[in-house]
Write a protein that binds this ligand. Structure first.
Ligand code: MN
Length: 340
């Protein structure tokens, strides 16, 4: 491994560790492993400098501002992104901006390995038939992306390679993408700020040039890491929307009940029973399929029907408390099975 690769790998790890392990510390820019002019003539020095020191820095500053003094301070960045939808526009845009650009700097290099090797090369061939057709697919995604955004090569929860594009600073980790979830291993920035100084409106020319500095050795490192990452299962679970929808009703009825407020469960018991049935009818994601989880979901349906019946018959609070608590336990058993 070249020294530069070791450095950039460490920097990338450091990015994850600094957000994962160090609590309540301001996030910082990952150091560039090359000079601003190192990617010339494909990416000019001025674009690099402004892009890194102004644009990326601004996303980072705004992210730090949005995190400071909140419960989210010190949370792993990926955990924020996976639930970006509920975290608001600032986390979504600036957290995405920080993550996406950090990956972008890492996968570029002045002495790039221009073709993938090993397992990644085989997988690209198996999925896209050739490196050229993968590039074409990504370039098409980038060209047809209206306005600002990114194009991605990512690893799906079923450990396949896939390509997608996303608007603004969204990325495949985020729940705001309804499909195309996974861990990005290669990205291309198609915001005008990434190419306008040199290429003006000619996005296609920029896309033609950038492959000269995409370092497949770095992408291969990301691929290996993604395959091993626990984030993949977290995304798979998060993408199981029927489970998420049930969870929402459970959280919004059980917790008030714990505090003595039976209003929400009396209002929403029928809705919860319906969500349980929808969950039972939804396909269980591949990693979580087992006899035990199928059984637990059946228990969940029965439990939610029981609560619904008790509410309908205007049973006393204590009765409902007993059944809803049991139902809540069952739900957490299912949750636990998706986290092992
Ligand atoms: Mn950018």
């Amino acid at each position: 491994m070249k020294l530069r690769q070791i450095t950039s790998t460490l920097l990338f790890l450091n990015l994850f560790m600094s957000v994962g392990l160090v609590k309540a510390q301001q996030l910082t820019l990952p150091k560039l492993a090359y000079a601003y002019n190192a990617l010339e003539p494909y990416i000019d020095a001025q674009t690099m400098e402004i892009h890194y020191s102004k644009h990326h820095q601004a996303y980072l500053n705004n992210l730090n501002k949005a995190l400071t003094g909140t419960k989210m301070e010190g949370m792993p960045l990926e955990e924020l992104l996976i639930s970006a939808d509920k975290r608001g526009a600032s986390i979504r845009n600036n957290g995405g901006g920080h993550y996406n650009h950090s990956l972008f700097w890492q996968i570029m290099s002045p002495d790039a390995d221009k073709t993938p090797n090993g397992v990644l090369a085989d997988e690209i061939k198996a999925t896209f038939t050739s490196l050229d057709s993968l590039k074409k697919l990504m370039n098409n995604g980038a060209i047809s992306r209206f306005g600002s955004g990114w194009v991605w090569l990512y690893v799906t929860p079923s450990k396949k390679l896939a390509v997608c594009s996303s608007p603004n600073q969204d990325n495949p980790i985020m729940d705001v993408l309804k499909e195309n979830r996974g861990i990005p291993i290669l990205c291309i920035d198609v915001w005008e700020h990434a190419y306008y100084l040199k290429y003006q409106n000619k996005r296609a020319d920029y896309l033609g040039a950038i492959w000269n500095v995409i370092d497949w050795d770095e992408v291969a490192t990301n691929y290996d890491n993604a395959l091993k990452s626990p984030l993949l299962k977290m995304i798979e679970k998060d993408a199981w929307t029927a489970l998420k929808d049930f969870h929402m009703v459970m959280a919004q009825t059980f917790h008030p009940m714990e505090e003595g407020n039976y209003g929400p469960i009396r209002e929403r018991a029928a809705e919860m029973a319906t969500k349980a049935k929808i969950l039972a009818a939804s396909p269980i994601p591949a990693s979580f399929q087992s006899v035990a989880i199928t059984k637990a979901i059946k228990t969940l349906v029965e439990g939610s029907e029981k609560v619904e019946k008790q509410v309908r018959k205007k049973n006393k609070d204590e009765k409902i408390k007993e059944s809803l608590t049991k139902l809540h336990d069952t739900f957490h058993i299912i949750q636990g099975m998706c986290e092992e």
